[in-house]
Ligand binder design. Structure first.
Ligand code: GTP
Ligand code: SPV
Ligand code: MN
Length: 590
């Protein structure tokens, strides 16, 4: 039955796991992925031959391929995502829960014989740089060649994973089957105690690239709490000032709220000598180092980024990153097999094929690209990739930034008074929902630390872990809150955003250095208007800055009610520090 027997590992626990899943799912053959270049090309050729991928215009986009997902399968499905801990309380009120034994029975029923007539691929992968003490090993079994080709960009795959694992059995067990890609038979299920993930019925993104949200965030956050580290939905970047001094910043924004953009930002022209390099754009694993600082790694090896809105003005580094060796999913196609999406550079093409495969013209009422269409690109393509991305020890974090997508209330930037106030800012975060998850786009919901869909255990306990980590650090990062998305009464964004966010970042790092001033408001510390740099910003004046920073107490009283309402749902385990922080906020805005 083995197709590529020579790549079979010697690790008995891996062999047993694969044999058990093969017995259940009865594939025609088992394909042991080795991660080599030769294997990569043969898999792409196979995917093209099977009509799963299309080769794009190789002159314009060398090494790039195009795929469409089933229109019923275009984003994460939070309502079908489960955390199966022994008790419901461990999963907490923000997660769907089912008893592990019952869920296994149900999933085994769906998996029985499901790979008949298909190839079962075994993907060994690492989350984290080889040799890092934070790095974890995963084995993903899948019947989807799309998953294999995406995973080989998003994670470090192949023999290095077996090497890292050695003879042990400390690896995440991931089982994925597309089944018939039917939402009726779609479940994304985590068994934290068993370090196991089972995903069925989808073939898209975070539902199926099991190293990403499932392992690196949901299982990761659970392991992090037990092992004394943190798994967070955060970008990681390095800011270098004109004197060559580097600072490392982590930022948590909810899905499709600007992490990829911020991580690859190019400072505006007059920020001569300032340089941003990217460590990660979606996930950070962080733990206290021997010097009492917080150290972070990016466990991923690629970017699964939102295509719409990406252009040479908003994110030139992303455009360069996705110019080769990239898989595009659910974008539109031009007549010469180039890709297109809403918000791409240049005029709107007169004729396109839309993400569903239908003819499209500018007169069409539907979008040409799905709003959650994405690119999968190797981080090695990023022209501003930080060399520190391979650092086994990670990088020491100076600042943590939280941010949501809020049309009102929240100022452009504020600094927390303390670690516990910073944890409060993260815990009470709200954001408008986006196309990254199915349902409810545009509604403001609480998305604490941008982790609502990703915390693998009780949210109150998760806040407690944050407070605990603050105590474990001698030099805890300073915490900030930003909002790039405040709108004026006409519905226009009040802040230009993108590269101009450098102005906010500069204040943040200079605060951490102790060289920038601040003043205290009821909700946090803010940049002195006389110090905040607005030079060279077209039409954005000191008054515009005051407007985007404005604290409206009436709005804040409503905001506090929403925060309180959310905290009530977490009542059982909400740490008392956060109750006190809320009381302090209430008294300051009264
Ligand atoms: P996930 O990959 O889903 O976790 O999201 P992300 O946080 O990496 O999102 P990304 O950077 O891809 O942002 C997606 C959306 O935010 C796009 O529509 C961008 O145009 C928009 N965006 C990013 N930065 C800014 C900004 O500074 N201002 C404004 N107005 N929009 C922004
Ligand atoms: C997100 O939704 O936060 C993503 C995309 O980063 S996915 O990997 O599909 O979850
Ligand atoms: Mn994300």
């Amino acid at each position: 039955m083995d197709h590529q027997g020579c790549n079979k590992p010697s690790n008995q626990a891996v062999l047993d796991f694969v044999a058990k899943v093969a017995k259940l799912t009865t594939p025609d053959q088992v394909f042991w992925i080795d991660g080599s270049e030769a294997e990569k090309q043969s898999l792409y050729d196979q995917a093209v031959a099977d009509g799963i991928l299309m080769k794009l215009n190789q002159e314009k986009l060398p090494g790039c391929y195009y795929g469409r997902s089933n229109p019923n399968d275009v984003a994460r499905v939070e309502q079908l995502t489960f955390i199966c801990t022994p008790t419901r309380e461990e999963a907490g009120p923000t997660n769907n829960w089912a008893a592990p034994a019952e869920m296994h029975t149900k999933l085994n029923g769906l998996l029985a014989g499901c790979m008949k007539g298909r190839t079962m691929y075994v993907i060994p992968y690492l989350m984290g740089p080889a040799g890092s003490p934070l790095t974890k090993v995963g084995i993903e079994i899948t019947d989807s060649i799309m998953v294999v080709l995406n995973m080989r960009i998003m994670a470090r795959i192949g023999a290095l994973a077996y090497k890292h694992l050695g003879g042990g059995d400390d690896f995440n067990r991931g089982i994925h089957s597309m089944l018939d890609i039917n939402p009726e038979r779609r479940f994304i299920v985590h068994f934290p105690q068993e370090n196991t993930i089972v995903s069925v019925g989808s073939n898209y993104g975070g539902n199926v690239l099991l190293g990403k949200k499932c392992l690196a965030l949901r299982i990761g956050s659970y392991l992090g709490r037990n092992e004394g580290w943190m798994a967070e939905h955060m970008l990681l970047l390095c800011v270098e000032n004109p004197q060559g001094k580097k600072a490392y910043v982590a930022a948590a924004f909810p899905s499709a709220c600007g992490k990829t953009n911020f991580a690859m930002m190019i400072p505006p022209a007059h920020f001569n000598g300032w340089k941003i390099t990217t460590i990660g754009d979606d996930i950070a694993w962080m733990r206290p180092g021997p010097d009492g600082r917080l150290y972070a790694i990016n466990p991923e090896a690629g970017y699964f980024g939102v295509a719409p809105g990406t252009n040479y003005k908003s994110n030139p580094n992303a455009m360069k990153t996705i110019a080769k060796d990239t898989i595009y999913t659910n974008v539109a196609l031009t007549e010469d097999l180039d890709v297109w999406w809403e918000g791409k550079d240049g005029p709107v093409p007169a004729k396109l094929t839309d993400w569903k495969g239908n003819p499209w013209t500018p007169a069409s009422t539907e979008k040409a690209a799905h709003p959650n269409s994405r690119f999968t690109a190797p981080m090695a393509n990023n022209p501003v990739l930080a060399s520190e991305v391979e650092a086994a020890a990670g990088v020491p974090i100076s600042a943590i930034i939280f941010g949501g997508r809020r049309a009102s209330t929240m100022p452009l930037v504020m600094e927390a008074f303390s670690w516990s106030h910073g944890v409060y800012l993260g815990a009470s975060m709200g954001s408008e929902m986006t196309a990254a998850a199915v349902g409810g786009a545009g509604q403001v919901r609480r998305d604490p630390m941008a982790m609502l869909p990703f915390a693998g255990y009780d949210m109150g306990e998760y806040f407690g872990h944050w407070l605990q980590m603050g105590k474990a650090l001698k030099f805890a990062p300073q915490i900030y809150h930003v909002n790039w998305f405040r709108k004026d009464k006409d519905g226009n964004f009040m802040w230009p955003g993108f590269g101009e966010n450098m102005r906010v970042l500069k204040w943040v790092v200079e605060r951490c250095e102790g060289t920038a001033g601040a003043y205290e408001t009821p909700v946090g510390r803010m940049p002195l208007p006389c110090e905040f740099d607005v030079e060279g910003l077209d039409g954005f004046t000191k008054e515009s800055f005051e407007a985007v920073q404005k604290i409206d107490k009436e709005e804040w009283k409503k905001e506090l009610l929403l925060q309180t309402e959310f905290f009530l749902t977490l009542n059982r385990t909400l740490p008392k520090e956060l109750v006190f922080e809320r009381e302090l906020l209430a008294s300051r805005i009264s």
